[in-house]
Design a protein. Structure first.
Length: 276
């Protein structure tokens, strides 16, 4: 017998915390549906940037139900604090095979912190938003930061008596500890964005992949489930994913986000070139 030994899911009775009522959770889900179309930098999301304003406009401030103007925010950044899941009955009925009798509504709570405060976030305001929106922004941030770093390493890479540019670059990537810059032959990119909402594994079969909160609400993992609502975890899911995809399910052991601040300021390519 194969068992799924991934991080433990929250129990339904402990998931709706921090004064998040059912009505508030559902209203937040409805207000956070748009997808991100730009890439970000990691380290912190500037609250005054376009993406920061976008996230804040889609989020709801906890302890305050009304909409409020966030244009006053200056020198603040956004940081992941926790995630929460609430199992509910779908609000709309449909006729597709992907319909689920129960679904997990996943929410991320993030803090609005002074950028100059470093790792501390004293008295930071708390907001809530759809998990998929937040993870999409975080994932894009990480990807752009890595792309910028890889390009910087490549442009400043010099190998004595080496006419093979690719081999030289790979050597520099290895020395810099940036193995994510190396593209391995036959390696297929895992489309994280596809599974930010519950999605059927490999377009067939009876298993589904989707994100879920850890028991303590401090991490977000991808897991394999038996139902289209990603409510019931599959005991054999991770084993079958690895068997048929020849790789472990990404983020099944490592959290998709952490509590580092992430930046959405655009990469200034001209500035990078001037610093070379």
């Amino acid at each position: 017998n194969r068992t799924n030994i991934g991080p433990q899911l929250q129990s339904p009775t402990s998931q709706a915390t921090m004064r998040l009522s059912v009505a508030l959770l559902l209203s937040m889900l409805a207000s956070a549906a748009a997808k991100r179309e730009r890439r970000l930098n990691t380290k912190n999301i500037s609250a005054t940037s376009k993406v920061g304003n976008n996230l804040l406009s889609k989020a709801r401030k906890l302890e305050q139900g009304e909409e409020r103007d966030v244009t006053w925010v200056v020198d603040y950044s956004i940081r992941f604090k926790s995630c929460h899941s609430l199992t509910t009955v779908p609000m709309e009925e449909g006729g597709g095979e992907e319909d689920a009798s129960l679904i997990n509504n996943n929410i991320v709570v993030f803090e609005l912190c002074p950028t100059s405060g470093g790792s501390k976030c004293a008295d930071g305001a708390e907001y809530a938003i759809n998990m998929a929106d937040f993870v999409q922004a975080y994932t894009d941030a990480k990807m752009e930061a890595q792309e910028a770093e890889c390009e910087n390493i490549r442009e400043n890479c010099y190998c004595n008596n080496n006419n093979d540019d690719e081999a030289c670059a790979e050597q520099c990537f290895e020395e810099a500890g940036a193995d994510y810059c190396v593209e391995y032959e036959g390696q297929e990119d895992f489309e994280v964005e596809r599974y930010l909402e519950c999605e059927r594994m490999n377009d067939n079969g009876n298993m589904f992949i989707g994100p879920y909160c850890s028991a303590d609400g401090k991490s977000i993992y991808l897991g394999v489930f038996e139902d289209a609502g990603c409510v019931t975890p599959s005991d054999d899911g991770l084993y079958y994913f690895e068997r048929y995809n020849y790789q472990k399910l990404p983020y099944s052991r490592e959290s998709m986000v952490d509590d580092d601040m992430i930046s959405c300021e655009d990469v200034d390519e001209n500035e990078n070139n001037n610093n070379n």
